[in-house]
Ligand binder design. Structure first.
Ligand code: F6R
Length: 365
């Protein structure tokens, strides 16, 4: 059932054009330029009353939640945050009447996330599930929710679940933004950019050879920094997590702006930095950070937008991705990072689908 791929992880990476399509299909209403999510169990009036969104999750699902919180705050203008479920449970969280929570979990069985959900519910919070596994505990105990419809994710390292989880947050953001200030025209642009994502992921998956070559070149380094800003910051964290999990190479994800507050001390010829450079308002600032790394003799790999010659000139190595709307880049940035981690692990002869010490769902605290 690996359809000719040596590992489930590679198969699942390649399923993303279809899995993202499934996550958004039937959920975009082009006439109304808005989103539609059937399982929320909330009226439009209920949704209008939401003034705070809290997202709880672990691991990759947490990084998807960070993307979601960024979107909801910057586009829908609702105060939003993502927190680690393991921490929420013990901090005696404040629940206000206008708060809405999401528990994001591929398996729907992660105990930290389940306990956070229960604690929020005890305090009167409404918690929606964003799960993949139908009928899972979190899906059952939540007050409503959305299935991401990724299909079974077998590899321990999560890939297609991430892009489907963020898909749900893009749809929810569109819905919430259109109920507030977003115009019909802006809604259409957002929806169209989202609908275009599956074919753009397909384009990236059609050109894996440069990523494989990059992995061959870099797999023997022992430390990496993954750096991004804005909505790509959680993607940098996710890229670093993927590399750690399956190749056992140490990697840290950071905001590119933060390196000057400490991590820059790590930079030398032996510690490459992988930068995510989209063509948005933060591009110049990311380029400044790239130059700081270069000035300290650090090697720079860039994932940049097709045609960005300035970045190509500065970086030691670069990969191009297609252009999209400013906030849609997480979809296109994460795919090369998944493949980079995968090819590094292959290069090092790791057991990609079953990395040491890890389980697919973590049902202990
Ligand atoms: C990452 C990974 C883990 C999970 C985390 C949450 O590749 O597999 O970090 O993302 O354990 O799992 P779920 O989403 O099932 O709650």
């Amino acid at each position: 059932e690996k359809h000719g791929f040596p590992f489930f992880m590679e198969k699942e990476i390649h399923e993303q054009p279809a899995s993202v399509e499934r996550a958004i299909s039937g959920r975009i209403n082009l006439d109304g330029a808005t989103g539609h999510l059937g399982g929320l169990n909330m009226s439009a009036r209920d949704l209008l009353g939401v003034d705070n969104v809290g997202i709880v999750a672990a691991g990759t699902s947490y990084y998807a939640g960070m993307v979601g919180a960024y979107l909801l705050e910057s586009v829908a203008r609702i105060k939003s945050s993502a927190e680690l479920s393991s921490e929420v449970r013990y901090k005696n969280p404040i629940v206000t009447p206008g708060s809405l929570y999401f528990a994001v979990s591929q398996s729907g069985e992660t105990i930290d996330t389940l306990y956070a959900l229960r604690e929020l519910q005890r305090k009167g919070g409404k918690v929606l599930g964003v799960c993949n596994v139908v009928g899972s505990t979190i899906a059952r105990e939540s007050d409503g929710g959305v299935y991401i419809h990724s299909g079974p994710e077998i590899a321990v390292a999560s890939t297609k679940a991430f892009t489907s989880q963020i898909s749900v947050f893009y749809i929810f953001t569109l819905l919430m933004a259109r109920m507030r200030h977003m115009s019909w025209e802006a809604g259409i642009d957002f929806a169209k950019a989202l609908k275009h994502i599956p074919s753009q992921i397909e384009t990236i998956l059609g050109q894996t050879e440069p990523i494989r070559r990059l992995a061959k070149k870099y797999a023997r380094y022992q430390n990496f920094l993954f750096l991004g800003r804005g909505i790509n910051y959680p993607v940098a964290m996710e890229g670093a997590l993927k590399l750690k999990e399956i190749s056992y190479i140490h990697a840290e994800g950071y905001s590119a702006a933060e390196i000057k507050h400490g991590p820059i001390a790590l930079i030398n010829e032996q510690t490459p930095s992988l930068f995510l450079v989209s063509d948005d308002s933060l591009r110049e600032k990311v380029i400044t950070s790239m130059k700081e790394v270069k000035a300290r003799r650090g090697r720079v790999i860039a994932v940049a937008v097709e045609g960005d010659e300035e970045v190509a000139d500065i970086a030691d190595d670069y990969l191009y991705i297609p252009h999209t709307e400013e906030l849609m880049y997480p979809f296109l940035m994460v795919v090369p990072l998944q493949l980079f981690a995968y090819y590094c692990a292959l290069e090092l002869g790791r057991n990609v689908d079953q990395p040491r010490n890890l389980a697919k769902s973590v049902t202990v605290e």
